[in-house]
Design a binder for this molecule. Sequence first.
Ligand code: ADP
Ligand code: MG
Length: 702
Amino acid sequence: MAYTALSGKVPELFGTNVFNDDIMQQRLPKDVYRALRNTIDSGKELDISVANAVANAMKDWAIEKGATHYTHWFQPMTGVTAEKHDSFISPTADGRIIMEFSGKELIKGEPDASSFPSGGLRATFEARGYTAWDPTSYAFIKDDSLYIPTAFCSYGGEVLDKKTPLIRSMDAISVQALRVLRLFGDTTTRKVTTTVGAEQEYFLVDEELFNKREDLLFCGRTLFGAKAPKGQEMDDHYFGAIKPRVSAYMKELDEELWKYGILAKTKHNEAAPAQHEMAPIFTTTNIATDHNQLTMEIMKNVARKHGLVCLLHEKPFAYVNGSGKHNNWALSTDTGKNLLNPGKNPCDNAQFLLFLAAVIKGVDEYQDLLRISASSAGNDHRLGSSEAPPAIISMYLGDELEAILEALDKHESYTAEPGTMDIGAKGLPYLPKDTSDRNRTSPFAFTGNKFEFRMVGSSMSIACPNIMLNTIVAEELKQFADELEQAEDFSLSLRKLIRRVYREHRQIIFNGDGYSDEWVVEAERRGLHNLRNTVEALPHYCDEKNLKLFADHKIYTEVEMNSRRDILLEEYEKTINIEALTMIKMVKRDIIPNVSAYINKLSESVLSRRQIIRDIPCTTETELINKLSGLLDAVYAETEKLIALASKYDEIKGNVLEGSKFCSGEIIPVMEKIRKNVDALEESTANEFWPYPSYADLLFKV
Ligand code: ADP
Ligand code: MG
């Protein structure tokens, strides 16, 4: 596809599809702009006359850009986004139309929402759900529609989406972080925002080859596939030169992302063949989440234009790495200061160490929640298989930071190269810059001025991990503020608190190799959770302490928590069920007929050869026939078993706890057996008889 270099035009192109602050200033009357800005910055309710003015300006701008429709864009529990489009047309008395868009339409929508998962929160007969404009995330134009980011809730006010709790959790952490900042004499910060940069991994495969595989089509991952002679063992793909076709894709992707105001920054080849990554510059969590959803969609759309398919599944191929999404997370003040930056002077350091302590305590006490936020059927293939972090949550701080905490604990001075740093001034040490190395095996690593949560799956919304992070850290900051606000000697109490937290929670810190078997043993000795898969992890969602956490910070009610757990379990079991049914179809309709045709061909060859030479042994054919027949019988028998299990699942699926256990305990092991035998069949079947493109085709032929 023809592509012209952009170079000088990027600044002009950036954000052209977005009704951003710049456009607002240009297009809104001053007082309207100020009122809207106030709503965006401090959540002040918008009055209807202001909303009308904003709606009108948005509509005019959108129409100039070619839009005919608008849509409330929301993020139901499906993990993908939802949209329903209405045109701007409104009939006039003389039989014509005018283009209209009111403040009311901007602020509130009523999509018929009966078919979104609600975990029993909203009975289907009571189909109404509401969408409410989120002015903190800019509206944009896509495909001739004006997209308005919205939150989604039920008639009774229960939360049905991922955005509402995310915004609530951002508010919760801001409130508590401000209390802590005040203790350090900060009187100017008015708001603390969590920031996120989500690195997105993906695979690209040829569209024609993709279309020949129903497993990719229905499940987004291969259910079968013999190992190709070459995988990622040469480390020649990671950061390798980008092939022209992929490069053309990446250029168009950047261009599209920039138009939507997405800060696409880094692109490179990843570890597995055909695997790549895009990382944006971080922004506020709410916008980062919207942008990541949009990014995933644009990645898929642009790929099709290049005759490619973008796979976002966590594990599209066995034998090579799967894909994740590194969630880089930090806290920043409205004055632009990163609270996770160790900083230069001891006072900053004291404050930094307190925030660090809050994260340490939070991650330790709520390991289960972080684990849950990265749980899905797809991610189960990735975690703990030496390509991604283990299923055990731990934290990496780096040697230096740990040494500092260690010294503090022992009342010693901290010695680092060069020279000694005294744990003196205000009771805490000076922290040198670049306090942490890289440890790629840790699920939760401090990387200099932010934490990188590496467990998240590539296809998942980042809302859930960030809801968890924001809320657990909000809770710890609250406890710290409660304690320190009462302190007589702040410095002394602060030092005591940090020391105590480190003592009580150091078990969560692990700087070693997270992929090793020894770590699993060691983690068990330390009493850390090892929730190996989604079905083991999810029930903990509604543990007493977690219900209390979310209720205390007004993120979720108990009813909402129960419904969320059920939705996630249901999503898990439905995924497994679809995979099982796809496997059955592929085996019965493609694999058995094709392999048996090949066996037939071999048998014919034996017969025709023996017509020429009566006693010719035909060893190759007979051995192959024997081997293939044996494997085929095994595949058939296991598939019959899988069919029986699938219908049994149909009977019990009403109960998600039971249904999901059944899927992981009964269905998955049988699917694994089938796969093993089918892959062995593939290895011994002639290419022309094998019904699907091979791993070699898929991974190396882009
Ligand atoms: P890598 O982890 O691949 O070495 P970097 O450390 O350069 O890459 O950054 C990864 C991501 O972290 C980027 O998306 C970047 O924008 C993001 N990031 C950097 N600083 C922050 C911050 N303060 N808050 C959130 N994310 C951040
Ligand atoms: Mg990273």
